[in-house]
Design a protein around this ligand. Structure first.
Ligand code: NAD
Length: 250
């Protein structure tokens, strides 16, 4: 099969649902072997089934991205199974109950930062040495429109995603000459279980609305991610790409 990422091996965190699952299907369609890492086991196996049904090859690895030993083991499992790691899509993320900054609980603050920010750092910490060993690779981290624009009621989430963008830029500078490109995607308004939960919250009206006046599909983020991971994006690094139907343009 010839595709944008033919014969590449991709690790996708948060691949049991939403954007991660949609992106796994795009990776597979474009010729990559995929490893799904997530805390949701049954749903992860369902993503594997969907990839296989579409003619691709996939495995599931149970992994909490906020736990260093589990991330290390997940990267090792991918290399043990497929022999290498070409693309890391560090996408697992969570939201929490919406609350103004002073009302955010310490528990909600710590958990969102642990998964969304530390989790992305831990993934890079274990993916990069493997890529260096191979002579290169590509990483895409999932940030958000909330990493570039304040969203009322989501201070922990926005802080985590702004952090992901700066982590992406810094790491991109550090590893560019070693053949590793590192970018971020900033989705907005994608139809997933997370956004369905968020729109039920009373403060959500502040974050609604984009130029197309419609929700995005998970695969529409996947198309951007897989392009960033492909050789077609060979001169693109350190970039935070909006996939938001114009939300950030306003
Ligand atoms: P989702 O809830 O459908 O999927 C998130 C996945 O991450 C789930 O499968 C969940 O089990 C997994 N996950 C959560 N905590 C984890 C952990 N500790 N370790 C491993 N996996 C874990 O949500 P989604 O909308 O697909 O979100 C994916 C990413 O996109 C997140 O980082 C989110 O912040 C970001 N994002 C989403 C939107 C949107 O509109 N949906 C917008 C901007 C950014």
């Amino acid at each position: 099969m010839s595709g944008l990422v033919s014969n590449k091996v991709a690790l996708i965190t948060g691949g049991s649902s939403g954007i991660g699952r949609g992106t796994a299907l795009v990776f597979a369609r474009e010729g990559a072997k995929v490893a799904i890492a997530d805390i949701q086991v049954e749903e992860g196996h369902e993503t594997v089934r969907l990839v296989e049904e579409a003619g691709g090859e996939a495995i599931f690895v149970k992994c909490d991205v906020s736990v260093a030993a589990e991330v290390k083991a997940a990267v090792e499992k991918v290399v043990e199974t497929f022999g290498r790691l070409d693309c890391g899509f560090n996408n697992a993320g969570i939201d929490s109950a919406m609350a103004k900054t002073a009302d955010c609980t310490e528990e909600d603050w710590d958990r969102v930062i642990a998964v969304n920010l530390k989790g992305v750092w831990l993934c890079m910490k274990y993916e990069i040495p493997q890529m260096l060993k191979q002579g290169g690779g590509v990483i895409v981290n999932t940030a958000s429109i909330g990493g570039l624009r304040g969203l009322g009621g989501m201070s922990n989430y926005c802080a985590s995603k702004g952090g992901v963008i700066m982590l992406t830029r810094t790491a991109a500078l550090e590893y560019a000459r070693a053949g590793i490109r590192i970018n971020a995607v900033c989705p907005g308004g994608i139809n997933t279980p997370m956004s369905k939960r968020l729109v039920k919250q009373p403060m959500m009206s502040e974050t609604r609305g984009n130029a197309m006046r419609r929700w995005g599909r998970p695969q529409e983020v996947g198309e951007a991610v897989v392009w960033l991971c492909s050789d077609a994006a060979s001169f693109v690094t350190g970039h935070a790409m909006a996939v938001d139907a114009g939300f950030l343009a306003a």
